[in-house]
Design a protein around this ligand. Structure first.
Ligand code: SF4
Length: 302
């Protein structure tokens, strides 16, 4: 199981042999995830994308949630912020509003994103904030040793639901499509080629993008294993799906168990939040000549 040790961030002392850009791990440091954890595939895919896109670690921001996925904060070299549980999306939105020229990526687990942060997720979809949310969907809370998460199938037994979970699962794809997200994709951590492509498309998309990634938790979820997914997933192609078609996307969102689609499920264009706000549309807030005396406002709260 992972923990929060070995913390490295741009503000931490630099390790002896830093590699260029986002090509961690650095000498002497390696993720604390369990051997075989799906997080390794996502971590590798993210690094491939950041390097391929030549994203400068100083000119992008990553916001991490709480959970095993959040421990990636220690192993990606970029401006980063480790948010409170469920609050990574609003932090990312704040960063984006301050400087909408900055690429902003959110890295979260399914519990953090669809449970504690569920309200933030759906309102971010509506607003079309230009951020990319990467969700590690393993259907359990791994860091806290295997309690049931919102995407677990009905009946899933865990230490918090010994008789099986009563609730039906959150459907991340249906939620995102129905609430106005403009890019919705689904990947599998064992297919890093496709995952790399999907994450790159998500970051390049102008507007709110989410990539829900099946990430087997080999320690606490023995149902949704690598083989379980391999027997069910199939790839979307131009021949079997049109991602611009809302009805088709909705139909794909309902394929959750017998067969499960991987690829871009929905993608449309709509003005982003910053483009729609006259105060932000021309100049990022950090470059605006506001000429506002904030002292009276601040004094109101003192
Ligand atoms: S998600 Fe599961 S397999 Fe991965 S580090 Fe956490 S507990 Fe281990």
């Amino acid at each position: 199981m992972s923990d929060n040790s070995n913390s490295i961030s741009p503000s931490s002392p630099k390790p002896l042999a830093p590699t260029i850009g986002l090509t961690a791990p650095f000498a002497g440091y390696f993720p604390t995830w369990c051997p075989g954890c799906g997080n390794f595939g996502i971590w590798s895919s993210l690094k491939s994308v950041f390097n391929k896109m030549k994203l400068d670690p100083d000119k992008m921001a990553i916001v991490f949630g709480i959970g095993c996925s959040g421990n990636m904060n220690d192993f990606l070299w970029a401006n980063s912020f480790h948010a409170l549980h469920g609050r990574s999306i609003p932090n990312a939105i704040g960063i984006k509003l301050a400087n909408h020229n900055l690429p902003v990526v959110v890295i979260v687990g399914d519990g953090d994103c669809y449970g504690e942060g569920g309200n933030h997720f759906l309102h971010a979809c509506r607003a079309n904030h230009d951020i990319t949310v990467i969700v590690h969907d393993n259907r359990v809370y791994g860091l806290t040793t295997g309690q049931v998460a919102p995407t677990a199938y009905k009946g899933f037994k865990s230490k918090s639901t010994p008789a099986g979970i009563i609730e039906v699962p959150v459907n991340p794809i249906a939620l995102a499509v129905s609430q106005g997200a403009t890019f919705v994709a689904q990947g599998f951590s064992a297919d890093m080629n496709q995952l790399t492509e999907l994450i790159e498309k998500g970051i390049n998309h102008k507007g709110f993008s989410v990539v829900n990634i099946f990430q087997p938790c080999v320690t606490f979820n023995h149902i949704n294993s690598y083989n379980w997914y391999r027997e069910r997933v199939y790839k979307l192609t131009p021949e079997n799906h049109n991602p611009k078609d809302l009805n088709a996307a909705w139909q794909k969102s309902q394929e959750v168990e017998a067969k499960i689609p991987l690829g871009v499920i929905y993608q449309v264009e709509r003005p982003t939040y910053a483009e729609s706000l006259p105060q932000l549309s021309k100049t990022p807030l950090i470059e605006a000549d506001l000429k506002i005396d904030l002292a009276p406002f601040i004094n109101d709260f003192i």
